[in-house]
Design a protein around this ligand. Structure first.
Ligand code: COA
Length: 335
């Protein structure tokens, strides 16, 4: 049975840097509040006046960079898995849009998955299973988000709008006969009883019409979150999932070269690190620069870690995520 190895990673973020001070001009917040609670210093937003872009555009450029890093042409991609909560359109999904924009041959399947901040890990589990079973050889796995056009930059939305940023990132996974390397295991979980704790409720197929002016006036088109409850569950579920995947493979936390937690909040990452007993050099964070980019956050951090030389062949890498749904999980990879 072949192993699924990472052949290349890449990312793309818009040029436009938005600082906490700039957000403080739009609503009652401050650099101090944002940095103290979240560690975020800035994020990237699409500049819709200069160069409008959807999540599929960011995902396309990220995928191109990942394919280049893998030294692979689009002809070799035999499956696309695309994770986002901010697709360009209600349908069709961004997977086929990326396929067309990259000129990936007609006939190649494109999956769209909706697992929010856990989207990349859910996609990784799929890619791993496909490759190990010999269904597909080279899977292009993309996580991409444009949040900035869907946030409420006013006092009512401030708890949510200060934490999210735009970005796309991707990885190419391929079949390898090297049984020492690759994805060793993925553990995934969900608990739909918490679905309303973090959600955007409108437009909705459960409503007719799906959106009205009255709904828009109440801000139902914007994400709403019970921040403290999300925080509490995130710092419990991510260490739990990491401990599970490590135990399944007889790995101790001290043996991990790098943990990349989903970049939700630097305070969450720090608490996950403490609960797992990891040193600072074992954990990679870049939320300070990008905010929470949801499905893009893990591959964006992974790509930066790779470019900074933080992973060498044979190193043990752990990825973990928690997000809306709730959904969460962890993956263990031998790089
Ligand atoms: N700027 C200033 N004040 C803000 C604010 C902002 N952007 N957002 C909310 N506040 C205010 C609230 O209105 C509240 O005021 P009140 O006490 O007068 O009612 C107060 O700040 C809340 O402060 P606190 O209780 O200390 O906030 P917190 O420690 O819970 O931090 C979050 C808020 C959002 C940073 C935190 O709950 C969090 O990170 N949760 C997880 C979010 C997350 O990761 N979501 C994505 C999941 S993948």
């Amino acid at each position: 049975m072949p192993n699924a190895v990472f052949l290349g990673t890449g990312h793309f973020v818009p040029d436009c840097v938005v600082t906490n001070e700039e957000l403080a001009e739009l609503m009652d917040t401050s650099d101090e509040w944002i940095q103290q609670r979240t560690g975020i210093q800035q994020r990237r937003f699409v500049d819709f006046d200069k160069e409008p872009m959807g999540a599929s555009d960011l995902g396309t450029r990220a995928a191109r960079n990942a394919l280049d890093a893998a030294g692979m042409s689009t002809d070799h991609v035999d499956c696309i898995i695309y994770a986002t909560l901010s697709p360009d359109k209600a349908f069709p999904g961004d997977g086929v849009l990326v396929q067309a924009k990259l000129d990936i041959p007609a006939g190649v399947p494109a999956f769209d998955i909706r697992n929010q901040c856990s989207g990349f890990l859910y996609g990784l589990q799929m890619a791993n299973a496909f490759i190990r079973q010999g269904v597909y050889n080279n899977v292009l796995l993309i996580g991409s988000e444009v949040h900035s056009s869907g946030l409420e930059f006013a006092d009512r939305g401030r708890e949510v709008s200060v934490i999210f940023g735009d970005g796309g990132a991707a990885a190419v996974l391929g079949a390898s006969d090297d049984n020492e390397r690759g994805v060793l295991g993925v553990t995934l979980h969900a608990d739909g009883r918490f679905a309303e704790v973090l959600e955007t409720s409108c437009p909705s197929s459960a409503l007719n019409p799906r959106v009205t002016k009255e709904m828009l006036d109440t801000g139902a088109q914007y994400p709403r979150m019970q921040g403290k409850l999300v925080f509490k569950n995130a710092v419990q579920r991510m260490p739990e999932a990491v401990s599970k995947v490590l135990a399944e493979h007889d790995v101790e936390p001290k043996d991990i070269k790098l943990l990349i937690p989903h970049q939700a909040n630097l305070r969450i990452s720090e608490m996950v690190q403490r609960r797992l007993g990891l040193r600072d050099d074992q954990v990679f964070n870049n939320i300070q620069k990008y905010g929470n980019t949801t499905a893009a956050s893990i591959p964006l951090a992974l790509d930066e870690a790779v470019k900074e030389g933080r992973l060498q062949k044979g190193d043990l890498l752990v990825l973990t995520a928690f997000g809306a749904g709730f959904t969460w999980g962890a993956a263990l990879v031998r790089w």
